[in-house]
Design a binder for this molecule. Structure first.
Ligand SMILES: Cc1cc2nc3c(=O)[nH]c(=O)nc-3n(C[C@H](O)[C@H](O)[C@H](O)COP(=O)(O)OP(=O)(O)OC[C@H]3O[C@@H](n4cnc5c(N)ncnc54)[C@H](O)[C@@H]3O)c2cc1C
Length: 358
């Protein structure tokens, strides 16, 4: 007897990767369930800077006008400082990243997925997944689908349950984030401060917000307020959100009926501000590669296609992120380098232009 599926695809995680995949699948006429343990809108540890390579994704999804209407700040350049000393300032010639609240952006995309016919299940925590059967056990009951997309972020339960996650490596770094009202003197640059315990980015977002996103080596410092106040002494009292790990070895993108998208498969070093664009791109890639698996249950060739495209996406321009990850894995490496005078500014120029344009 043919197995009975409640949905064509169950997507676990309604962040940018999950919502973009669900939206694209629903537009192709598939029956899609999108589950998230959170209720939206929800906060998210992030630097909020969206890479300009995502503009074409909004166009592909027919959302370009709606995206432009979201409250945002167009970032005018980077300002890199080392232990409070200015090192490098770059003003973008072309359009740079746009900073937008994740509270707003993720909820906006989820709303469009819902409008496209995706059945959304907020407050639903996934507890177990069977990759051969396509079953997903949750706090709200069981789902069964031809394909299960794991879009549940860097600590992906779906990746672990499907045995796609490599053995864990110890990561000593922890991320923190605080949002505040932007002070008048804060211009439209991203201020990147590098110091021996880690680094942080500070920029405007939306209409009048500012965000501090910080990565700290927990062996050297566990106090985000003390770390940031050394360089921003007037930072007001804030609630700090915490997240870990910062880095993780990539997982295999899929096995049988379970495919991974976004951070669940591959986590980028936050410094280069690219994680959201990769999350969105893999969401669309997976939806596109899934078509033959959904039309005729030919899963293996569809997964091979997705795996190939996924690999090639991350290989393109990955040297910048890999280099940044290596040098920031031990932040003292960068501070030692930046203390040297004169520092080869052309190298920093090349690096920041790669981040911007890659
Ligand atoms: C400090 C820091 C700064 C960053 N700054 C930037 C930046 O400026 N620009 C940029 O592009 N990227 C940045 N990133 C990276 C970016 O935030 C991520 O790459 C991006 O959010 C990944 O999206 P996602 O949809 O894959 O996962 P997520 O956004 O993490 O979404 C995962 C979703 O899955 C849900 N979930 C998890 N487990 C379960 C479960 N068991 N059951 C149900 N639901 C579940 C969660 O509630 C969540 O909504 C930064 C990251 C960090 C840590």
């Amino acid at each position: 007897m043919a197995p009975s599926f409640s949905h064509d695809v169950v997507v676990v995680g309604a962040g940018l990767a999950g919502s973009s995949a669900a939206l694209a699948l629903a537009r192709r006429g598939n029956r899609v369930a999108l589950l998230d343990r959170a209720s939206f809108p929800r906060p998210k540890v992030c630097g909020n800077c969206l890479h300009p390579r995502t503009w074409k994704i909004w166009e592909q999804l027919g959302l370009a006008d709606s995206f432009r209407a979201l409250p945002h700040t167009d970032i005018a350049g980077f300002d890199i400082q080392c232990e409070g000393r200015p090192v490098h300032r770059l003003d973008f010639q072309a359009q740079g990243p746009r900073s937008i609240s994740r509270y707003v952006l993720d909820d906006w995309l989820l709303g469009h997925a819902r409008e496209a016919g995706v059945e959304v299940f907020p407050g639903t925590t996934v507890t177990a997944v069977d990759a051969e059967q396509g079953t997903v056990r949750t706090s709200g009951g069981e789902f069964r689908a031809r394909l299960v997309f794991g879009a549940d972020g860097r600590n992906s339960l779906v990746a672990r349950q499907a045995r796609l996650m490599p053995p864990p490596r110890r990561c000593h770094r922890v991320a923190w984030q605080a949002t505040l009202l932007a002070p008048l003197e804060l211009d439209r640059h991203v201020y990147l401060q590098v110091f021996e315990d880690g680094y942080f980015g500070y920029c405007r977002f939306g209409d009048d917000g500012a965000v501090v996103s910080l990565v700290l080596d927990a062996r050297r410092s566990a106090d985000p307020v003390a770390a940031v106040r050394r360089y921003l002494p007037h930072l007001p009292e804030q609630e700090w959100l915490r997240m870990s790990p910062i880095t993780r070895a990539p997982a295999r993108p899929g096995r049988d009926r379970v495919w991974l998208v976004g951070d669940s498969a591959h986590v980028m070093e936050p410094f280069t501000g690219e994680g959201m664009s990769f999350a969105l791109a893999t969401g669309l890639l997976a939806a596109e590669s899934a078509a033959p698996a959904l039309d005729s249950d030919r899963i293996a060739p569809a997964l091979a296609d997705y795996t190939r495209k996924h690999r090639s996406l991350y290989n393109r321009g990955a040297w910048v992120n890999t280099f940044t990850r290596w040098i920031l894995g031990e932040p003292q490496r960068l501070t030692h380098l930046l203390r040297r005078v004169p520092f080869p500014r052309c190298a920093l120029d090349l690096l920041s232009r790669q981040i911007q344009l890659a």
